[in-house]
Design a protein around this ligand. Structure first.
Ligand code: TYD
Ligand code: MG
Length: 459
């Protein structure tokens, strides 16, 4: 057999090296290089290894007019769970490799088992468990009352043996739970190490592409928030989905972070129950804290993550800091953006928080990535600083520019509609997003052009 060559890859940035060295030259991290196996040039060129024994798909690539490419070649299968399909971009594509990441205990195994069971009649599935025993998996499936026809399971962690079984069983859908438990015989590194995770994933990706089998890889998230293992895992797969949520809340959000087959930032919303995850297809108001009278430091915004508007509550706590370098802590929003917004608040709103600790939190464990959160964040900060709640039933959205201007955001009318539908009485929004009449379906709409105007109307 031809000898395997190994290389070294940085677990931080994924840079490759022929020899081990202490520091990664690409990103400067120390002791992050881990061994990986490379195919020898001879193997890579051999037609047998290119063909993949089981697929029989040997069409040599040829130049094609794009107009002649059949679009239905990308067949989609529904997962049977509407919210899951939505995040995948309209169902699961043939041969797609999807990484599902999230904290331990968030519900990844439950979600995939439910989807696998729903899909089994159309697409026979194989659930490979490296963490739980078959009895545990079967027990859970029974507890959830899932139909088990067409569903096969395998407790195995060696990727070569998994693929041997898969070649015989020929599932159309394979779940590997979790990728961190898998290992390949070709490497001596310990299971769970960066090189093992990367190589095991690479094997499964190749299998998916050669056989058209859709593959879900389950990945645990590290404390830093990335999926354990090199970032290259994210580059190898077709889609990266994150399963998020507060441990205290029963709501869970599935978000596409990368998707070759659809839009990113699409959200799927679920509620946990004894019977497993249930879809929340009208999630609008679940991210409000649900307290009655308005509280200081709280502002409701209408965000539009993906293709649906969502009412989300932003909370701020501003408090005199004992530190010479006061703290800025953000949960659910981008940290650097807060620093920028506070600078604009000082310069263009005349409000100083330089000697205050500022904490900002988005209720419900959801993450808001769009700039429409700027204005609500500043209104919440101001409300906490003044210890005065915003007027009851008020919503806000709008981007704040560096020169203190309030800029319009996409889909303004849709956001207003959502707020009006949920009984909000007043909206503070960018001028270009406001109807000229100053009201929308009985809701007063206050148009603001400058940050200073917004601060005036807010309180
Ligand atoms: P699990 O799917 O095992 O989480 P993960 O694979 O991400 O670590 O879920 C954790 C526990 O929560 C498990 O004991 C099952 C339970 N659970 C429910 O009872 N109902 C639900 O809707 C979900 C998602 C989980
Ligand atoms: Mg699990």
């Amino acid at each position: 057999a031809p000898k395997r060559r190994t290389a070294y890859v940085c677990s931080e940035c994924g840079a490759d090296y022929a020899k081990w060295q202490g520091q990664c030259e690409a990103c400067g991290a120390w002791n992050t290089l881990a061994e990986i196996a490379l195919e020898t040039a001879a193997q890579a060129k051999s037609p047998a290894s290119r063909r993949g024994g089981w697929a029989g798909k040997v069409d040599a690539p040829k130049i094609t007019a794009l107009a002649d490419v059949r679009l239905d070649a990308q067949a989609r299968a529904s997962t049977g769970i509407g919210e899951f399909d939505r995040v995948l971009g309209g169902g699961l594509a043939e041969g797609a490799v999807v990484l599902v990441g999230g904290d331990p205990g968030i519900g990844k195994s439950t979600l995939l088992l439910q989807a696998l069971a729903k899909m089994a009649p159309a697409l026979p599935g194989l659930y490979v468990t490296g963490e739980e025993s078959l009895a545990q998996v079967a027990g859970r499936a029974q507890r959830l009352g899932l139909p088990l026809e067409g569903l096969q399971a395998l407790a195995e962690t060696c990727v070569e043996r998994i693929l041997e079984h898969a070649v015989t069983a020929r599932p159309r859908l394979l779940v590997a739970d979790s990728i961190q438990t898998l290992w390949t015989e070709t490497l001596t590194a310990a299971p769970g190490s960066v090189s093992q995770v990367r190589e095991a994933a690479a094997r499964l990706v190749r299998y998916a592409k050669e056989t058209g089998t859709a593959v879900f890889l389950v990945g645990h998230v590290t404390k830093e928030g990335g999926i354990a293992g090199p970032r290259v895992l994210e580059h190898m797969v077709d889609a990266v989905l994150y399963f998020e949520g507060d441990s205290g809340s029963r709501f869970r959000v599935l978000r596409a972070f990368k998707n070759r087959f659809g839009a990113v930032n699409e959200l799927g919303v679920f509620a946990m129950s004894d019977g497993g995850l249930r879809e929340v297809s009208n999630p609008s108001a679940i991210f409000l804290s649900g307290m009655g009278a308005p509280q200081p430091g709280s502002c409701v915004m209408v965000t539009r993550e993906g293709t649906r508007p969502l009412l989300v509550e932003v909370q701020a706590l501003v408090d005199a800091s004992p530190l010479s370098n006061p703290r800025r802590v953000v949960v659910g929003l981008e940290g650097n953006r807060l620093a920028m917004l506070l600078a604009v608040l000082h310069r263009h709103g005349g409000v100083m928080v330089g000697d205050q600790d500022v904490f900002v939190n988005v209720v419900g464990g959801i993450r808001v990535q769009e700039t429409a959160a700027d204005l609500p964040v500043l209104l919440a900060v101001l409300s906490s600083l003044r210890d005065a709640p915003l007027a009851e039933k008020t919503i806000a959205f709008g981007e704040v520019g560096l020169s203190g201007e309030i800029r319009p955001v996409p889909n303004g009318e849709e956001r207003l509609k959502e707020a009006a539908t949920h009984g909000f009485k007043r909206a503070i929004v960018p001028k270009a997003n406001a109807p000229k009449s100053g009201s929308y379906k009985g809701m007063e709409v206050v148009a603001v052009e400058r940050l200073a105007d917004a601060l005036d109307v807010a309180g």
